[in-house]
Design a protein around this ligand. Structure first.
Ligand SMILES: C[S@@+](CC[C@H](N)C(=O)[O-])C[C@H]1O[C@@H](n2cnc3c(N)ncnc32)[C@H](O)[C@@H]1O
Length: 264
């Protein structure tokens, strides 16, 4: 389970989550801005991590009410925002309610949860009619079949390790079709493929550092379970940490959708 392999108690976890926010917040914020939410929106961020999206929402919409939910809230950045409430929740079992939110946001969470499609349906019901859902999930499909043989083999091995614990790193690619099938409307999806360059202070560098920390954390699992030899992991980390390399990383689907004003 996610909480066993990537717990918030790991010494590098705060840094890894910070880098993830730095890498992805620009695309998430752009997607949320396109939705023109009411200023007094009620918002829920599921699996908030460091809380970068929830904190940004609370700061940019002072009249809004933001709930930041996570299994473990210990990594949420210190703040004294009066319109931000923390809620310990396990989205696998949490009653998300009916018709409560103008916005639900969820990034890099559902791929780790075997009941991800059922959770999407509960998220739809938790939205007010016309309320918006912003979801970002990994989609390794293109990179695992990419033109570089080593890179494709490495990420395929990583995908297989993930699949062995019921993590679905191709879930992002299925999102638009799943959202449509569940009755969401106004579905818009963008595929974002960061170029990894481990230098400077850019979102691409943050993404490279996120992968560097994630792979270092999962190294023994990847090797001991026989998904890849140590030499393969070492070579991949050398590419990811090379400040002179510009290498396409795994992609992400950023999707927005709304609960129809009247459910079918
Ligand atoms: C990969 S991190 C992403 C954090 C944040 N959404 C971001 O993109 O910066 C996944 C987060 O989801 C949380 N999480 C994992 N399983 C969860 C569950 N069943 N219910 C609620 N949160 C969960 C983890 O504790 C972690 O904070």
């Amino acid at each position: 389970m996610y909480e066993d392999l990537l717990p918030h108690t790991l010494p590098s976890e705060t840094k890894r989550l910070d880098q993830m926010g730095r890498a992805h917040d620009p695309d998430t914020q752009a997607a949320i801005r396109r939705l023109n939410l009411p200023s007094a929106s009620t918002c829920l961020d599921i699996g908030t991590g460091r809380g970068s999206v929830a904190i940004w929402l609370a700061q940019t919409m002072p009249d809004a009410k933001i709930v930041a939910g996570d299994l473990d809230l210990s990594s949420v950045r210190q703040n004294d925002l009066p319109n931000l409430k923390l809620a310990k929740m396990d989205v696998r079992t949490e009653d998300l309610g009916e018709g409560l939110y103008d916005l639900v946001h969820c990034r890099a969470v559902l791929c780790f949860l075997p009941t991800r499609t059922e959770i999407l349906d509960r998220i739809r019901r938790a939205l007010k009619p016309g309320g918006a859902f912003v979801v970002t999930e990994m989609d390794f499909g293109p990179i695992a079949s990419g033109p570089s043989r080593f890179w494709a083999s490495f990420w395929t091995a990583y995908l297989e390790n993930a699949a062995a614990q019921d993590w679905d790193f191709e879930f992002g690619g299925q999102l638009p079709r799943l959202l449509a099938g569940l009755g969401f409307a106004e579905i818009d999806a963008r595929y974002v493929q960061p170029i990894l360059n481990h230098a400077g202070d850019t979102p691409g560098a943050a993404e490279a550092e996120t992968w560097s920390l994630t792979l270092a954390t999962l190294a023994s699992k990847l090797i001991d379970n026989g998904h890849m030899p140590e030499s393969m992991l070492r070579e991949a980390l050398e590419i990811i940490r090379n400040p002179n390399a510009w290498t396409a990383g795994p992609g992400f689907m950023v999707a927005t959708a709304r609960r129809p004003t009247q459910d079918a």
